[in-house]
Design a protein around this ligand. Structure first.
Ligand code: HMG
Ligand code: MG
Length: 297
């Protein structure tokens, strides 16, 4: 049997959080239903953050109420603090994610506190989440560059990754928030992280601003990572990282992995349909190269 790679679909959260046009709960739930139909097993469906900071995620409780609770499908949601965690527990989330950064300025702009303060806050969020039998993911943003501070030293990333792992995060997602990485810098950053957290607990979360995300995934696979975050149709961007594009498209990641002999459980034609559908609702072309190629075949 071939080896499998876990794909975490972050389109309904990372993909949609920065959309300027209002997106209804119906549209979000419809997208999630199509993703499930395409065999996606891990979906970041919601974000329990302040609606003043990220208005697009305000409907998260309703989204979580209506997602298909299919066996084997796992949903997660962002929770920056205890208030967010309480909302996630009330909405029946089985996994939450705290999100820190390797850049001081980004931390301030994104969650209004320093890295040290954020880690203190996360410690209580993680404790309460684990007490309630939830799993916790830990994000580190700006691992390959910051929109405010430029280059980020790999050690800054691994320091935060280690602390989140020690606090109880089962997985650390390494975010190239602005898509500035390339295979060389990705490798350097990962080597530093793997010294303190096993590769099996690390996830690559690569935005595709410079078109390097697929190359960075290949570099990550070579170093033993087997979990990647991606966004159907390449949707998205971060509201606190101007100019950053969406995540690498899930269609492109699935295609790459299937070509390399890995299993993902994803039905690519159905995933492409899901991507085409949300792209048409948003009134734009898909950013997935694979979706474009396969739908013009
Ligand atoms: P703050 O203003 O310092 O918080 O924001 P506060 O505790 O002082 O509260 C201020 C107000 O927000 C209060 O309401 C709170 O009740 C409310 P008021 O009394 O003014 O009416 N509030 C909340 N409401 C709902 N849910 C909550 C919540 N917490 C407080 N959980 C805070 C601090 C963290 C809340 C804020 O900065 C925030 O929500 N930031 C979120 C930013 C965000 O979502 N960014 C995008 C996600 S990160 C990302 O995309 C990167 C990633 O993809 C990885 C990568 O690519 O690198 C993950
Ligand atoms: Mg992101």
């Amino acid at each position: 049997m071939s080896e499998s790679v876990k794909i975490i679909e972050v389109g309904p959260r990372d993909g949609l959080q920065n959309e300027k046009q209002p997106i209804s709960v119906d549209t979000k739930v419809g997208l999630i239903e199509r993703l499930v139909h395409a065999g996606v097993k891990h979906i970041e469906a919601a974000s329990f953050v302040s609606p003043k900071w990220v208005p697009q995620m305000a409907g998260s409780p309703e989204v979580m109420q209506r997602v298909p609770r299919t066996a084997g499908v796992h949903y997660s949601a962002l929770t920056p603090n205890l208030k967010g965690l309480e909302a996630a527990i009330a909405a029946d989330c089985e996994e939450v994610a705290v999100f820190g950064a390797a850049s001081e300025t980004f931390s301030q702009r994104n969650i209004n506190c320093s890295i040290r303060e954020s880690l203190e806050r996360f410690r209580s969020v993680i404790e309460v989440a684990l007490d309630n039998k939830l799993r916790v993911r830990g994000y580190v943003s700006c691992v390959l560059g910051c929109p405010y501070e430029g280059n980020i030293a790999p050690e800054k990333v691994s320091d935060v990754a280690l602390l989140l792992s020690e606090m109880g995060c089962h997985e650390i997602s390494l975010g190239d928030t602005i898509g500035r990485g390339n295979p060389i810098t990705t490798r350097r950053m990962l080597e530093s992280c793997i010294r303190v957290v096993p590769a099996s607990q690390l996830a690559g979360h690569y935005h595709d601003t410079y078109g390097m995300a697929i190359a960075n995934i290949v570099a990550s696979l070579e170093l033993g990572l087997r979990t990647f975050d991606s966004s159907v149709s390449g949707l998205g961007g971060c509201p606190y990282a101007t100019g950053a594009s969406g995540n690498v498209a899930t269609e492109d990641v699935a295609y790459l992995l299937h070509c390399m002999g890995y299993e993902t459980g994803i039905d690519l034609p159905k995933l492409i349909q899901a991507g085409m559908c949300i792209s048409s609702v948003l009134g734009r072309e898909t950013s997935s190269r694979v979706a474009r190629a396969m739908s013009s075949d």
